[in-house]
Design a protein around this ligand. Structure first.
Ligand SMILES: Nc1ncnc2c1ncn2[C@@H]1O[C@H](COP(=O)(O)OP(=O)(O)OP(=O)(O)O)[C@@H](O)[C@H]1O
Ligand SMILES: [Mg+2]
Length: 159
């Protein structure tokens, strides 16, 4: 295994605390995640796993402490650069974040369209990612008609 000193940490958390009002969700979390490191974070329901991720892509501000992601100090990042930070993450949300009134194809295409990609490229990319997750024959289905696992597979956005 390569050490952090050799590779450099891509994510660093220093003494991070997160409170939601009076609720303490994270207490003094310090960790380094190295490039190419594969890390599992486990813990009981309500332990703070989703909170930890939300702090990393700035869905929630920290209450105390510092976080660095790929050299960016999240307490100093400008609003303009937040989308750049978020593009570094591929996240499968517990609640899927799919738009129920749009088809599988439209849901996956939306992000690429918002980024101004050409229609032909969007079509190619959407079909290719849906093939990877075995959902290429459900392009015209709407999320409520899919199983939980199928919705999760559609929600995988391969960058
Ligand atoms: N927006 C919020 N406002 C108040 N409390 C919150 C909020 N979000 C999370 N919490 C609380 O913070 C704690 C950690 O929640 P979190 O969602 O991080 O847990 P988790 O480890 O992801 O749990 P699960 O395995 O059930 O997904 C929980 O007690 C939760 O009730
Ligand atoms: Mg969670």
């Amino acid at each position: 295994m390569t050490s952090i000193a050799e590779e450099g940490a891509v994510i660093r958390m220093f003494h991070v605390h997160k409170r939601y009002g009076a609720k303490q969700a994270l207490v003094d979390a310090t960790l380094d995640i190295a490039k190419n490191e594969f890390l599992f974070i486990s813990g009981p329901s309500g332990a703070g796993k989703s909170t930890l991720l939300k702090l990393l892509y700035l869905a929630e501000p920290v209450s105390e402490g510092q976080i660095l992601v790929d050299g960016m100090n999240l307490s100093r990042i400008s609003r303009r650069r937040i989308p750049l930070l978020r593009r570094k993450f591929g996240i499968i949300f517990q609640d899927y974040k799919l738009i129920p009134t749009r088809t599988v194809y439209e849901n996956v295409a939306l992000v690429l369209e918002a980024r101004g990609k050409k229609r032909s490229l969007v079509e190619k990319k959407v079909k290719s990612v849906l093939r990877v997750v075995g959902m290429e024959d459900r392009l015209t289905a709407h999320p409520p008609s899919l199983s939980g696992g199928e919705q999760q597979r559609v929600a995988v956005h391969v960058p």
